[in-house]
Design a protein. Structure first.
Length: 337
């Protein structure tokens, strides 16, 4: 086992993933069809394609699996009750407060549209004691491969959701996305030294380290390509996104080989959950009918509202909840969330 490390870069990833989700919902707003002429339609569609919110959530899942499993892969003793108490406090209390706020703001419907990822997280937390045993007894690679096969076989069923990742509703989305979350567990085993990294992964990671800017751009392009293919139902999300976790796995392994320092982006990443829960409040200007006729001002108002309420929610709700969860779980500073 290697000594437990703090991975500040993961908070950068959290922030960028949360920002991607926000922009996926707000990016095309300045180019409202009713205001701009048809020749700008290509630009409007380009802004939509540039930000794939569902791909960003897949990155969230890999980071989540890593953060949950890494302390135990590094030798920390697992105890079910503190684990459940810590996890449900960490994710449940902010969710409860956010639901109340959205209810009174009239934006609860928009919150419901993004809660599928939170439901998946809760299910993964609930299953983690079993998954942890299976990771040890079955083996991480076999479990990951088996979950991918089960995901694909399950998705062979017809659906009414046009092949979206949520085609089978929130009750089964967790099964479709389970391979992605398990990729985070595999990454945790690699970095904790509890499992040997395959030679081809190590070789690939060394090559990636020298071209990280290009690789990051490639990942962005891949997420946009999968978005287009999914929207056109050429390769439905339910098949492509579970496999995308493997790409994120190798990329993050290469990124985390470097010595990383805390930065302003990593500090913003601590509020990733707040951003995710509170950004649906950006629909409030529409409900208040104050958007006017200028779509750029409307878009800016929504973005400013998203940033302000997310920051406020983090300091007033999420940060105290996080500290309480740490107290319940006895977690040290590091990658725990």
């Amino acid at each position: 086992m290697s000594e437990r490390r703090t991975f500040h870069f993961l908070n950068v990833v959290r922030f960028l993933s949360a920002a991607w989700v926000v922009m996926a919902h707000l990016a095309a707003s300045p180019l409202n069809k009713s205001v701009f002429s048809p020749e700008f339609e290509w630009l409007r569609k380009g802004l939509i394609v540039a930000f794939s919110g569902v791909s960003a959530v897949m990155v969230f899942f890999v980071v989540s699996g890593f953060c949950i499993h890494y302390p135990y892969a590094s030798g920390r003793t697992f105890r079910s009750m503190p684990f459940y108490l810590q996890r449900l406090t960490r994710i449940g209390l902010p969710l409860l407060v956010a639901a109340v706020l959205h209810h009174y703001a009239g934006t609860f419907l928009w919150l419901k549209n993004v809660l599928w990822a939170v439901y998946c997280e809760i299910i993964y937390y609930a299953l983690y004691p079993l998954l942890r045993i299976m990771l040890q007894r079955v083996g991480a690679y076999r479990l990951l491969l088996g979950s991918l096969v089960v995901s694909w076989l399950f998705c062979l069923q017809p659906d009414n959701g046009y092949g979206h990742i949520m085609a089978y509703q929130a009750g089964w989305t967790w099964l479709v996305c389970l391979p992605v979350w398990l990729c985070g567990c595999v990454l945790a085993n690699w970095l904790a030294g509890s499992m040997t990294v395959p030679a081809f992964v190590s070789s690939m990671a060394k090559k990636i380290e020298g071209h990280l800017g290009l690789v990051r751009t490639g990942l962005w392009a891949l997420s946009s390509a999968l978005l287009v293919l999914g929207i056109r139902e050429i390769i439905p999300f339910k098949y492509s996104l579970p496999v995308s976790g493997l790409v994120v796995l190798v990329w993050l392994y290469a990124e985390l080989q470097r010595t990383n320092q805390e930065s302003w982006l990593s500090r913003f990443g601590l509020a990733g959950y707040s951003i995710y829960l509170m950004h649906p409040l950006a629909e409030l200007p529409q409900l208040l009918q104050i958007s006017g006729t200028n779509p750029v001002i409307y878009w800016a108002l929504r973005l400013v509202l998203t940033v302000s309420v997310s920051v406020s929610f983090y300091f007033i709700v999420e940060l105290p909840t996080h500290r309480l969860a740490r107290h319940f779980g006895g977690a040290r500073r590091g990658v725990s969330r």
